[in-house]
Design a protein around this ligand. Structure first.
Ligand SMILES: C[S@@+](CC[C@H](N)C(=O)[O-])C[C@H]1O[C@@H](n2cnc3c(N)ncnc32)[C@H](O)[C@@H]1O
Length: 243
């Protein structure tokens, strides 16, 4: 995790020595902000759902940010879908200290309002898919971050419950302030006014880690098991381990 050649630099929760994967980027302004703060993007992989051609149509403001990432030796990948990013030809060989998704959103539909259950369910499915694949891509003690709005109806997404179901545990929940990330422009995404910003009211970055249950061996030492459905179905009691 430490790079001895250059001095470690921090911006909020993120360090230049972290291997960072950014998913669901809009115009790559958040990635570029981190890269500039670090003075390098060599440890970063910045991704978006769009093809390169579609990104230019949807987020024409991305050009400068992509140039900055290229100059600072970042890897930019297109067409990275959180549903299967762990099988992506490059990403499947990589592990990360931090994986982050700012303001996940399943898209805008003229016939659906944000408070409609069907759209809320779509957002939840997206976040659940993100947790499921990101889990497979973490280095030891790695963190999965997601930043969401906390006002209604966004607070109905129940991010913490989704994480719990995915076998993750909450490490921290920190207020997200856009002014802490110079140059970042939060984008609506989707196919209606995609490059426009949206109001950021109360927002939080949730930091999750793999769920770890501390169990005690018969000799008193601790055994740490990452939670997985497989493991929990086999090990039902602490006594089962003490054979
Ligand atoms: C509200 S925008 C936020 C964009 C950007 N993260 C930001 O903070 O400005 C939601 C983003 O989620 C992305 N997204 C939606 N479904 C996705 C998926 N299946 N995989 C990866 N990204 C997805 C969209 O492409 C869009 O960029």
């Amino acid at each position: 995790m430490k790079n001895n050649e250059t001095k470690e630099r921090w911006i909020q929760h993120y360090s230049s020595s972290h291997k960072i994967l950014l998913v669901g980027e809009g115009d790559f302004s958040f990635s570029a902000c981190l890269a500039k703060a670090f003075g390098s993007a060599a440890n970063m992989v910045a991704t978006c759902l769009h093809t390169e051609a579609m990104l230019w149509v949807r987020h024409w403001t991305s050009t400068a940010h992509l140039q900055e990432l290229k100059r600072l030796r970042g890897l930019v990948l297109y067409q990275v879908d959180v549903h299967n990013m762990n099988e992506h030809p490059y990403l499947k060989y990589m592990k990360f200290d931090v994986i982050l998704f700012n303001f996940p959103h399943a898209g805008h539909y003229r016939w659906l309002r944000e408070r409609d259950s069907i759209l809320i369910r779509m957002h939840q499915d997206l976040i659940a898919a993100y947790f499921k694949t990101a889990k497979e891509m973490l280095l030891e003690e790695g963190e999965i971050h997601v930043t969401v709005r906390d006002d209604y109806p966004y607070n109905r997404w129940e991010v913490e419950k989704l994480a719990e179901c995915a076998g993750l545990q909450l490490k921290d929940k920190v207020e997200f302030r856009k002014e802490n990330y110079p140059g970042y422009q939060n984008k609506r995404g989707g196919n209606i006014n995609c490059n426009q910003r949206f109001p950021l009211k109360a927002c939080y970055t949730y930091k999750f880690t793999l769920k770890v249950s501390a169990l005690e061996n018969s000799d008193g030492s601790e055994v740490y098991e990452s939670a997985s459905t497989e493991i929990t179905s086999i090990i039902t009691t602490v006594e089962d381990l003490q054979i």
